[in-house]
Design a protein around this ligand. Structure first.
Ligand code: SAH
Length: 358
């Protein structure tokens, strides 16, 4: 039997059903059998925007240069990526930034925040040939204190969520227990929530059957970010999938070899993620006194940054690849593909001009 399933079953038999957040954290980062620890299938199970096209990371690199100028060209400053996967985004961004503004990469101190030792090794291998020697940190709090530009693509979606279901009596937490065959199954907490303050404001009055999702670790992350952005100039760019406003519904999903499967089917052997609630992100950042731009759809944002011009330049330099490059652009930008499902939001130190692309 799947080793992680055996472990989770023992925990549930001993202590009762576990929260969806507990389950997600174990599936992704169990120190031995978690997906990102033991089998990170980035590129095989799912494909992210920088893995689809170099144009994505390049445009983020140019956005970072523009942001650096807007911060007053601090030297040194940290170029931080949260959850860098295989390092593709960082490599493309660095390359593009260096070609237009070598003084930017000279001033930049590269920091990668990564929880997976395997992926950290892959990042090091990808970045070494470019002469990039990053520092790794496990948490933003252990990273840099000073001016910074932070990039995070598909990072927030894998932070664990808790789910609550509205019943006639009130909100109950959705838990994961065992059925009669001892297979994992969803169930509800016997008790209703004492404190409705956990529920996003937009869903306070939702009717029976509504499902609310919250990300408990988001608040601490934004607090850590705010402490830095209030003390020094900086910007953080978040790109992820999810609706621009809070929605009711179960968005937990599992992906393996490009196909969706039940999140309970293969713990630790598939990637688990859930929609990012951009309204919650905005609320937390504003409550800390930070400036927020967006969310705007990824497609519109990339168009604003000039993806059409970049495509034209690349296609002219590599005519044999023109068709493939055009398809890459469509995947990133078209509303039927990633263009509207993915949103872009920028959180900045107070008092800066609006960021590019919004
Ligand atoms: N940004 C990359 C990879 C996205 S996959 C890309 O666009 O291709 C998610 C990444 O976030 C992985 O590198 C994963 O190991 C990392 N990650 C997820 N949760 C994390 C956490 N709590 N702390 C640090 N890294 C985390």
């Amino acid at each position: 039997m799947n080793a992680l399933l055996r472990k989770l079953r023992a925990v549930i038999l001993a202590d009762g059903p576990i929260s969806v957040a507990h389950y997600m954290a174990a599936c992704l980062f169990d120190p031995r059998d978690g997906y990102y620890v033991a089998n990170p299938g980035l590129g095989a199970d799912f494909t992210t925007a920088p893995e689809i096209s170099q144009m994505f990371g390049e445009l983020l690199g140019l956005w970072a240069v523009q942001s650096w100028l807007e911060l007053g060209s601090p030297d040194p400053f940290a170029l931080i990526e949260l959850g860098p996967g295989r390092g593709v985004l960082f490599a493309d961004a660095w390359r593009a930034a260096r070609s237009v503004a070598p003084e930017f990469t000279q001033a930049a101190f590269p920091v990668l925040i990564e929880a997976s030792p395997r992926l950290a090794a892959a990042q090091g291998a990808r970045l070494a040939p470019l002469g990039i020697k990053p520092r790794w940190a496990a948490r933003l709090d252990d990273a840099w204190r000073g001016p910074m530009i932070l990039l995070a693509n598909e990072f927030l979606d894998c932070l664990p969520i808790r789910q609550f279901v509205r019943t006639k009596e009130g909100w109950r937490e959705r838990l994961i227990g065992l059925n009669e065959e001892e297979a994992l199954c969803y169930c509800l907490d016997q008790h209703t929530l004492r404190d409705d303050a956990l529920i996003p404001p937009a869903l306070f009055d939702a009717g029976p059957g509504a499902i609310a999702e919250i990300r408990p670790s988001l608040e601490a992350l934004i607090d850590q970010l705010a402490a830095r952005l209030r003390a020094h100039p900086g910007r953080a760019l978040w790109i992820d999938y999810g609706p621009p406003s809070t929605q009711s519904g179960d968005s937990l999903q599992a992906v393996q070899a490009g196909k969706k499967l039940s999140p309970l089917a293969e713990p630790g052997l598939s990637d688990l993620s859930a929609h990012v609630d951009f309204a919650a992100l905005r609320r937390l950042a504003r409550a800390c006194g930070l400036s927020v731009a967006g969310p705007v759809p990824q497609g519109a944002w990339l168009e604003q940054l000039g993806i059409a011009a970049r495509l034209e330049g690349l296609a002219a330099a590599h005519p044999g690849k023109a068709e493939a490059l055009t398809q890459e652009r469509s995947r990133l930008v078209d509303p039927s593909q990633m263009g509207t499902l993915f949103q872009v939001m920028c959180i900045s130190s107070p008092g800066l001009c609006p960021p590019a692309g919004f």
